[in-house]
Write a protein that binds this ligand. Sequence first.
Ligand SMILES: NC(=O)c1ccc[n+]([C@@H]2O[C@H](COP(=O)([O-])OP(=O)(O)OC[C@H]3O[C@@H](n4cnc5c(N)ncnc54)[C@H](OP(=O)(O)O)[C@@H]3O)[C@@H](O)[C@H]2O)c1
Length: 337
Amino acid sequence: MKSRRVRLVARPKGLPLDSDFQIEEFVVNPHLEAGQVLVRTLYLSIDPSMRIWISGQKSYIDPVPLGGVMFGAVVAEVLQSNSSKLQVGDKVQGFFGWVQHAVVSDKEARKLPSDIPPELFLGVLGMNGMTAYFGLLDVGRPQAGETIVVSTAGGAVGSIVCQIARLKGLNVIGLAGSAEKCTTVVSEFGAHHCLNYNDKDLGKQLRFVCPNGVDIYFDNVGGAVLDTVLPTLNKYARIVACGAIASYNDPRGHPIFNYAVIVSKSIRMEGFIILDYAKRYGEAAAALTGWLQEGRLKHQEHIVNGLENGPAAIRLLFSGQNSGKVLVRVADLAARL
Ligand SMILES: NC(=O)c1ccc[n+]([C@@H]2O[C@H](COP(=O)([O-])OP(=O)(O)OC[C@H]3O[C@@H](n4cnc5c(N)ncnc54)[C@H](OP(=O)(O)O)[C@@H]3O)[C@@H](O)[C@H]2O)c1
């Protein structure tokens, strides 16, 4: 059987281009060893960290090698099985990369429940939901009544942080890149206020909506936005350093002029990577599934069709043109192969 996959062929300078990737046909090996399954990808997860993985620098994982198949988390359907654990038709999740079909070990493929759409395990019930859960509750250690500011509040992680913070009784202020996104952050994701960080007077607006200061800043952005939030933080505030998307395409980043506030206000700034919490994923999954089933957690997916549109899907994250979790649909569940 012929299939398709995407290789990284050049290290991007700035925003990733289509020409940094190459799509190729390959023939799927029809022979399954014991414990192996043949899967077809349904959805690829598209994540800002992909920009780091293709940069060539080692971060929390080794970089995608030049000429190698692009890394990525996927949900897939089992087409053939030589495993006692997985049957044809099962939906699985794994880190199989940008491939249409793959032969994988059942040890690499996590079986998904059949009563929940599989793509939710790449977003609200997957890495993004877990990041929001542990970042807020473990790193941020919120107390009811405190004020939190959340950047990328309309995005995959930020929208869930806003909702969990609201469930925990916090005063929630979102930051997003457009008035339209801000409206959604308030109407759908439970923020009390949402400010457009592109407004020149962001610092002034923050002081107006947070008259008692800010206790937690959930930082997905770094750079200029972090610098503007710093002076609004209270004594003993916490900064959850979850991401720094403002610098992923430009490693020189942005100078932080207000750094000394961290010292003078005894602020705790703590970074984390969701993989640190692997042993506790079950705890987050139970809580997130519960809130979802009770109708207390909303989610939004931004679907891009076709494996060949993976690079364009990455670019959406950096232009802010995504509305929620970006996924690439590779195959339709209704289609035969
Ligand atoms: N620590 C971890 O383990 C972990 C795990 C997952 C994700 N993350 C981090 O969490 C952050 C959000 O990831 P996500 O998957 O949820 O993406 P997302 O928020 O769904 O999409 C990215 C958003 O970032 C905003 N953005 C892009 N460039 C920006 C800039 N220069 N300044 C300010 N905002 C900018 C855009 O929103 P606007 O329209 O609002 O500008 C864009 O929609 C990223 O930094 C990511 O690396 C960390």
